[in-house]
Design a protein around this ligand. Structure first.
Ligand SMILES: Nc1ncnc2c1ncn2[C@@H]1O[C@H](COP(=O)(O)OP(=O)(O)O)[C@@H](O)[C@H]1O
Ligand SMILES: [Mg+2]
Length: 364
């Protein structure tokens, strides 16, 4: 298998409007050569639009697309060095597996013998060599997905784009294919963008995650950074689960802040970016960062119900001031959930696990 080194890919201030409607709002992203980036965001936030702009199926309203230091947005799609796996795979049903994979090579005028060799290498790579002569309409979802991937990689793309490629697969096959794609992408050194609305998929696969909201980029950072230090309230809520407590920002000292919860409890948080003392804020704590206190420190609450989830137990609590909280604990063998009505106190595991955002962001 020939190794094709990926290229850097830069989206420079991309804006896209459909008619008057803004779908992509000044997005700038610099992707490194060989990097796997996940575009993560809810349905309708502009993910597919961005991929189509990179691939050349639509022209952006403004901004530039640069690959390997060269502007590619003035080139036709076939000359951009971009391979794409569409959301529904878009295989040619009346062609065999091998014909599908060889299609892009034939369209580019590749010599027949070379195209055959490349096609069979790609099919071996995705473990579909034994089905080369089958029609693609006779394949399972997972097999179709492998063919679509082989087809996209056959043209030795410098940039590989994958639009929600696993949405048609069941959970176990999805995990296999996620690992497979990552392995192939690494081996080929291809720069890749995977579009997903699934935060776990983005966090597990990507070198960096770009979180989009209503066409705008909210954060572009490594997965653990996005999860542990969300840049905005939207990222905090979209990536993972979060408890939200309303509070007032009382004082700031260095990179710590003191908050006053609605019930009068004082709570330390990490430093709030650009917030003034006295302002209304929300304190956000992930369920796994809340602990049951042994002493009398903490917010008093009652258990509403508990769910044993195998490796963890999640309890839904109601605080005495009426707020709902989720707490997730490691589950020891034999452990069962606490009974509804059980009284306890909860407190964050660390100051660093309490994020704070302006109430205005939270109500937007
Ligand atoms: N061809 C189109 N014409 C008009 N509006 C479109 C078109 N395609 C997408 N949109 C709109 O642009 C926004 C972004 O769509 P899309 O990029 O498909 O989002 P995503 O892939 O994140 O779900 C949505 O509001 C969608 O309704
Ligand atoms: Mg889409």
């Amino acid at each position: 298998m020939s190794i094709n080194h990926g290229q850097t890919l830069t989206l420079d201030d991309i804006v896209h409007q459909y008619g008057g409607a803004l779908a992509v709002d000044h997005v700038t992203l610099e992707i490194k050569a060989g990097e796997l980036v996940a575009l993560l965001g809810p349905s309708g936030c502009g993910k597919t639009t961005l991929l189509r702009i990179i691939a050349g199926f639509i022209a952006q309203t403004s901004g530039k697309v640069v690959a390997g230091g060269r502007r590619i947005d003035e080139l036709p799609p076939a000359e951009r060095g971009v391979g794409i796996v569409f959301q529904n795979y878009a295989l040619f049903p009346h062609m065999t597996v091998a014909e599908n994979v060889g299609y892009g090579l034939a369209a580019r005028g590749t010599d027949k013998a070379a195209a055959r060799k490349r096609t069979s290498e790609m099919l071996d790579m995705v473990q579909m060599g034994h089905l080369a002569d089958r029609l693609t309409k006779q394949l399972s979802g997972g097999q179709q997905q492998r063919v679509a991937l082989a087809r996209a990689l056959a043209i030795e793309p410098r940039v590989l784009l994958l639009d929600e490629p696993f949405s048609a697969l069941d959970k176990s096959l999805r995990l296999d294919m996620q690992i497979e794609i990552k392995r192939i992408q690494r081996a080929a050194g291809t720069t890749a963008i995977i579009v997903t609305h699934d935060q776990e998929e983005a966090l597990s696969m990507a070198d960096r995650v770009a979180v989009l909201n209503q066409g705008a980029l909210e954060q572009f950072a490594p997965p653990s950074q996005v999860y542990d230090h969300p840049a905005t309230y939207f990222v905090n809520q979209f990536v993972g689960t979060a408890n939200v407590l309303h509070a007032t920002l009382e004082s700031i000292s260095g990179d710590r802040a003191c908050l006053r919860l609605a019930d009068g409890t004082a709570l330390m948080s990490r430093g709030p970016a650009g917030l003034a003392t006295g302002s209304s804020v929300v304190a956000c704590i992930r369920p796994e960062n809340l602990c049951v206190s042994v002493g009398d420190e903490g917010v008093p609450a009652s258990v509403e119900f508990g769910m044993p989830l195998g490796a963890t137990i999640v309890h839904e609590l109601r605080t005495d001031s009426g707020q709902r909280l989720k707490i997730s604990e490691q589950r020891k063998p034999g452990a069962v959930p606490r009974e509804p009505g059980t009284r306890l106190r909860v407190w964050p595991a660390s100051v660093d696990s309490v994020a704070v955002f302006s109430s205005m962001q939270a109500s937007a």
